[in-house]
Design a protein around this ligand. Structure first.
Ligand code: ASP
Length: 584
């Protein structure tokens, strides 16, 4: 081995030992007769000392040729430091070097390899190997590793088996666009990369595997956002002979175990909230319940008083921001601008200040008496000193807008602390979602999700009212996982395809294999999948899942290190039976 110890290992009790370390030069401090080198590897940093007169002359010469990120091997004796550094675990000692070898030189790195780097995202992505050399990035990938290990530990102890499913498959209709791969052997035909192993895991249940999981890459050709990547990783799970309750228990346990192992945090039992309640109180199916400020509907108090905006609205709804009655004109304008941004799209914002003296001051004083406003304040549980923020308009849209405003207020008031985790289950999702544009129903989760048995009679009469045995796990406003009890009955599955507008032939062509499988003894089954990258980012306190993926794509879907996607040679195109009519 090229070392006896790592750069994170030596302590005061090693003083006097002869050691050899190998690593990267993080920094050099040359004081003339004394020269220090910070040597870094994955495990830490150790200070090397070269002292004029004590170390051989040639050694000092070699040391003076070193640059940042050179790879060196140094041997010497561990000594106690004169001035200790209590910021690093090896800070009590240094190594008095008596031999030094350059294992490899390095160009000057294009950015600082420190937690606080001067490298922008693009540069860091292009030189990802240097970025990953930074402590902070290494710690993130270590967190990811520990989360994966904890997952396997938990599931393995409960008889789950990890089965790999294929990457070259055909489309699974889960809402997003597929990435496709042309087949050379079958010109004009394509594989698709899986958006999830959904149908395969169900087929594994038919095959009798009973408990399956896989930490698996999935691919979706969607527009990118900070928390999306074209390829991402799921913890994908499926179980047989279970009901919704069994799944909720099992996977609440998994996430508790992961948090305990990775963060040392014991999560409380997860509360459950129906989809309807989540929408009504938070305007979102992924509510951040770290703080309250829940919605209060004011239709009965606010309509019919001559204020047209409210009178013409389907919904008048507000939140009470505690202690914000002293907001200035400027702050209120900021909030109004916030809700008016095109991404949010509210027309305006009504405020009511519940002043310390018990009186009210509002942006709608012309239309509402002090008494009216008092009633609103009471309905909203407001105290003197609070600020009521109210939006009105079409119900669904207004709820979404108020959801954004609530989160903004949560941020402003510091009610969304990073290290507090408040998970919950959102349950009882609608089975179907009506799409105005295409005038048809879409599966809210996916077409294999089972309706609640008691709602099956509504399938023909009022499909929009049918609830599904589907559930999402939400933590701090982030959907970390979702799944459902599946349809395992061939006839019901057929009916579902019919409701979703598939002709019998289309259903057969796309899902014949699954319906066939259902003819041979499909057990009742259900499952869930977690967004692994997101879960890691959440535990690591980062907004961006890119920070937790070793080699992510950038915001426009490119890998700038390997320069992909990239054109391919005309011969390759031809071989694949692909001729670009209008090559760009
Ligand atoms: N396949 C689903 C998804 O990727 C999860 C599941 O239903 O298990 O969202």
């Amino acid at each position: 081995m090229l070392r006896t110890h790592t750069c994170g290992e030596l302590r005061i009790q090693h003083v006097g030992q002869k050691v050899t370390l190998s690593g990267w030069v993080r920094a050099i401090r040359d004081k003339g007769h004394l020269l220090w080198i910070d040597l870094r590897d994955r495990y830490g940093i150790t200070q090397l000392l070269i002292e004029e007169g004590k170390a051989p002359e040639a050694l000092l010469k070699v040391a003076r040729t070193l640059g940042r990120e050179f790879v060196v091997q140094a041997s010497g004796t561990v000594i106690e430091r004169a001035s200790k550094n209590d910021k690093i675990p090896t800070g009590d000692i240094e190594v008095a070097v008596d031999s030094l070898k350059v294992l490899n030189a390095s160009d000057v790195p294009p950015f600082l390899i420190e937690d606080e780097t001067d490298g922008g995202e693009d540069l860091r992505m292009k030189y990802r190997y240097l970025d990953l050399r930074r402590d902070i990035m290494r710690r993130r990938l270590e967190l990811r590793h520990r989360a994966a290990r904890a997952t396997r530990e938990y599931l393995d102890a409960r008889q789950f088996i990890e089965v790999e499913t294929p990457v070259l498959i055909k489309s699974t209709p889960e809402g997003a666009r597929d990435f496709v791969v042309p087949s050379r052997l079958h010109p004009g035909q394509f594989y698709a990369l899986p958006q999830s192993p959904q149908t395969f895991k169900q087929i594994l249940m038919v095959a009798g595997f009973d408990r399956y999981y896989q930490i698996v890459k999935c691919f979706r050709d969607e527009d990118l956002r900070a928390d999306r990547q074209p390829e991402f990783t799921q913890i994908d799970c499926e179980m047989s002979f279970v009901e919704q309750e069994d799944i909720l228990q099992m996977f609440e346990g998994l996430v508790k175990h992961i948090f305990k192992s990775v963060k040392g945090i014991e999560l409380d039992d997860f509360p459950r909230m129906s989809y309807d309640e989540a929408m009504r109180l938070y305007g979102s199916d992924k509510p951040d319940i770290r703080f309250g400020m829940t919605f209060v509907e004011l239709n009965h108090l606010a309509k019919g008083k001559g204020f047209q905006v409210f009178d013409n609205s389907e919904l008048v709804v507000g939140i009470c921001a505690p202690g914000c009655a002293n907001y200035t004109r400027k702050q209120l304008d900021e909030l109004t601008d916030f809700v008016r941004r095109p991404q949010i799209g509210a027309k305006g914002l009504v405020y009511v200040k519940y002043q310390e003296d018990g009186s009210f001051k509002s942006s709608v004083d012309k239309f509402f008496s002090q008494d009216d406003l008092k009633q609103w304040a009471e309905a909203m549980g407001a105290q003197a000193g609070d600020l009521l923020l109210i939006l009105a308009g079409e119900a669904d849209k207004t709820r979404k807008q108020l959801c954004e405003l609530r989160l903004e207020m949560g941020n402003r008031l510091g009610l969304r602390p990073e290290n507090v985790y408040r998970p919950l289950w959102v349950i009882d999702f609608p089975l179907l979602e009506w799409d105005e544009e295409t005038q048809r129903y879409y599966a809210m989760h996916h077409p294999f999700t089972s309706p609640k048995p008691e709602d099956i009679p509504l399938l023909d009469s009022e499909p929009g009212k049918v609830r599904a045995n589907a559930y999402d796990m939400v933590i701090n406003g982030v959907e970390v996982g979702g799944g459902s009890i599946r349809i395992h009955d061939q006839a019901l599955q057929k009916k579902m395809f019919q409701i979703l507008g598939f002709s019998e032939e289309e259903a057969e062509a796309q899902f014949g294999f699954l319906m066939n499988a259902f003819r041979y003894g499909a057990p009742p089954h259900g499952g869930i999948a977690f967004g692994f990258d997101r879960l890691c980012a959440l535990m690591g306190g980062s907004e961006s899942i890119r920070d937790f993926i070793a080699f992510p794509k950038n915001t426009s879907g490119r890998d700038v290190m390997i320069e992909s996607p990239s054109p391919i040679a005309p011969e390759q195109l031809e071989e694949l039976g692909l001729c670009l009519k209008n090559p760009r």
